[in-house]
Ligand binder design. Sequence first.
Ligand code: S3P
Length: 449
Amino acid sequence: MSAHGDPIPMISHKSAGLSGTAQVPGDKSISHRSLILGAMTVGETVVTGLLEGQDVLDTASAMRAFGAQIEKRDGAWHVHGVGVGGFGEPDHVIDCGNSGTGVRLIMGAMATTPIAATFTGDASLNGRPMARVTDPLAQFGTRAYGRSGGRLPMTILGARDPQPVRYTVPVPSAQVKSAVLLAGLNAPGETVVIEREATRDHSERMLAGFGATIRREDSAEGHVITLVGQPEFRPQTIAVPRDPSSAAFPVCAALVTEGSDVLVPNIGLNPTRAGLFYTLQDMGAELSFENPREEGGEPVADLRAKFSPDLRGIEVPPERAASMIDEYPVLSCVAAFAAGKTHMPGVKELRVKESDRIDAMARGLRAAGLRVDEGEDWWTVHGLGHGAVPGGATVQSFLDHRIAMSFLVLGLATNAPMTVDDGGPIATSFPIFETLMADLGARIDRVAR
Ligand code: S3P
């Protein structure tokens, strides 16, 4: 089943010479945060380049339910917020669809306001762990009543008299870090979050942009982030950079498809997000950063990716994992066309994404003729080299957009086509994927049912 309807089976065929310019959509992480922080700000925040994927649209609906006014006008999103601590109690269940980022950040944002809200999602989201967020929120005085295993549907009772918190995040997760910081906004005094490994820092950058006092120090404990509560937010004008996690798909497609030369302009290259591109270069990819510049406080460049016949397998540094955590599925497809093994250690978090991504990819890659070894927090793809990957399998996407897109990229260069049982979830993060890939010359089609 697709996230929001009947399954949409899709097939990708061996293609040649992908070319042109791929204008990928806005960054998903920054889009969610723009709406949530805008909703916590009195006055009008204007957002251009917002990702209009289902995940972000679900967050917009949720923010309306808490009292914000949000509308799209003249190509921009206008958010009239209610101020820090100003959320009203929703009169219906909040459905966050497929989005872990949406639900976890919104839980944090409402956790220190004395209201109740009930959250649910699709089958994928309702299977994902929420205790990683509700445990630290409990320290503010927030209560959570969910299903066994800390799963949705779940009701959150916001703290009436929130206390600031000092919390060390036990897993590398920007969602957990961000939930605690957003909760800290409506607590008096300083909320401190410590992360041992740096994860994406969009929340910190954007909180500072909205006017919060926030600082980061590096200590023996890790990165110590201190937020002063109860700020007066100023409305912002936000130009969302294009999403490096979406850029990954046309970039990787070009690298593995013979004769390709594709430009992917305006990609956000925040160092906490760009790990895939350095990994691809380490593998021998013909990938370059053109016209590097800074836009809206984020580093940006145009990516140029060319067919790379001499890719080699590598050991991916585990300390890079957080900066490319969403990109391992598509990386594993590039690894299939490399010579030798690509070993990916330190990636336990992949098991609790929209699907268990190690399991989902290992099954599909094996069905396509590859050898994949795996452990709880690592996996290895044994590459067969260009022109030597059989393909010819039907694989499951497990309600996971990135699994679906990864196998469709794989099928562009396997010897026989790859079929994905349901491409519907692609709309959660990359609604224009099919037309964008078709415009480059990729042979990806829907399968008549
Ligand atoms: C995100 C954080 C990451 C990432 C997700 C977006 C965010 O999740 O996988 O796609 O916007 O904060 P985790 O916090 O679970 O690592």
